[in-house]
Design a protein around this ligand. Structure first.
Ligand code: ADE
Length: 389
């Protein structure tokens, strides 16, 4: 036993009393209805690496379109990813969809067992523990970044939470603490405490129900524990993108399922190596990867986007299509169809930038032959704005 029984009882009692006294009314918390396992799961997946305020509107849109596990399982992956667009880490959305299908096939529902959950796509220890405890009242531990911070301080665990030994210790502590009664409330309360009180780097100890039990506070180390993660410098990535227009439709390509923005649609693109000429890189890569022979011309628009570990610069080049072949990864898309497609935020911004370039600079249209004198009106569609030739 890592935690003496009396301390365990004190932590549980104080934390649950604090939770009962009030917590954030988030849309996936349905105290009046009891927990819906599917919605609990959806929220937990969305909340990984994403803040609550960002998740809320995505969550609402998603459950409006896919209110049940069955509805999600029957949905098309592309629509799932379209609803995920902008939330990032698209593999989460793809695995959620795959797991819904798998759960329905194997169990007819989301299974009420930590082991059975762990066998589904995308379920790791955290998600399985969170769903098992919150949706099914199974006393399973779940340690996310918030919980790791609270437990590191409460038990004065000095190591970096990402280090294997520290991680194992925090999970073992949590496993001992989770009560048989109300495990879901207990886990949510720990998450809530980390999110709203036991902050990074500033803990608000005056408001903390566990302050009198906190080992880090007693040692005066509550600001130093846990140590801040060492962030490596983000990698700069230059991406060249092709604007290929045919009668007002744009040619888009589907990204490979794995990797950055996996499964989303984009202007056909390539990363540009240092020292490479972007147009030449684009012409070569599109030919090699997609069988698209293009002539890259002038730059149309550019956007910067900072991700957790990457700084992206996307530049769109107008391209003339010389030859193409049929390929399921390619599709001609009209302006009105863009909203229904999964697009990364970076790509959506680039497309918007292309639009506004043509909107505000009618005289600077990429090729001669502006079709309407006086430039391009804001009401015009992408189709019209991108009619180059
Ligand atoms: N972060 C992870 N899970 C959460 C939850 N259920 N509520 C609020 N924030 C969370």
């Amino acid at each position: 036993m890592l935690v003496p029984a009396a301390r365990r009882a004190a932590v549980r009692g104080k934390l649950l009393a604090w939770w009962d006294a009030g917590h954030r009314a988030l849309p996936w918390r349905f105290p009046q209805d009891g927990a819906d396992p599917y919605r609990v799961w959806l929220a937990e997946v969305m909340l990984q690496q994403t803040q609550v305020a960002v998740v809320v509107p995505y969550y609402r849109r998603f459950v409006a379109r896919f209110p049940t596990l069955r509805a999600l399982a029957r949905g098309r992956e592309e629509e799932v990813l379209a609803l995920w667009s902008g939330l990032g880490y698209y593999a989460r959305g793809r695995r959620l969809h795959a797991a819904a299908r798998e759960a329905l096939r194997r169990h007819g529902t989301l299974p009420a067992s930590r082991e059975a959950l762990l066998a589904l796509p995308g379920f790791g220890a955290y998600t399985a523990g969170a769903v098992a405890s919150i949706a099914f009242a199974i006393p399973a531990p779940c340690v996310d970044g918030n919980v790791a911070r609270v437990l590191s301080r409460l038990f004065l665990v000095e190591g970096a939470p990402a280090a294997k030994a520290t991680r194992e210790r925090l999970w073992a502590l949590d496993a001992e603490l989770v009560p048989r009664r109300r495990p879901g409330d207990f886990n949510q309360a720990l998450i809530e405490l980390g999110a709203t009180v036991c902050g990074k780097p500033e803990p608000r100890c005056a408001r903390c129900p566990l302050a009198s039990l906190c080992a880090a506070r007693r040692a005066g180390r509550e600001r130093a524990v846990p140590p801040a993660a060492v962030r490596r410098a983000p990698t700069r990535i230059e991406v060249a993108c092709a604007v290929i227009d045919r009668g007002g439709s744009l040619l888009l390509a589907r990204r490979p399922p794995d990797g950055l923005f996996g499964g989303t649609w984009e202007l056909p693109s390539t990363p540009v190596e240092v020292g490479e000429e972007p147009r030449a890189a684009l012409e070569r890569a599109l030919d090699e990867r997609l069988g698209l022979r293009v002539a890259a011309e002038d730059a149309v628009a550019s956007v910067d986007r900072v991700l957790t570990h990457r700084m992206l610069r996307l530049t769109a080049f107008r391209c003339r299509l010389r030859a193409s072949r049929r390929d399921a990864r390619l599709r001609w898309i009209r302006d009105g169809e863009l909203d229904a497609l999964p697009l990364s935020t970076a790509m959506r911004r680039l497309l918007d930038a292309c639009r506004s370039r043509f909107r505000t600079a009618g005289s600077a249209r990429p090729s001669g032959g502006a079709r309407s004198p006086g430039g391009v009106s804001t009401a015009r569609s992408l189709r019209d704005q991108l009619l180059f030739d």
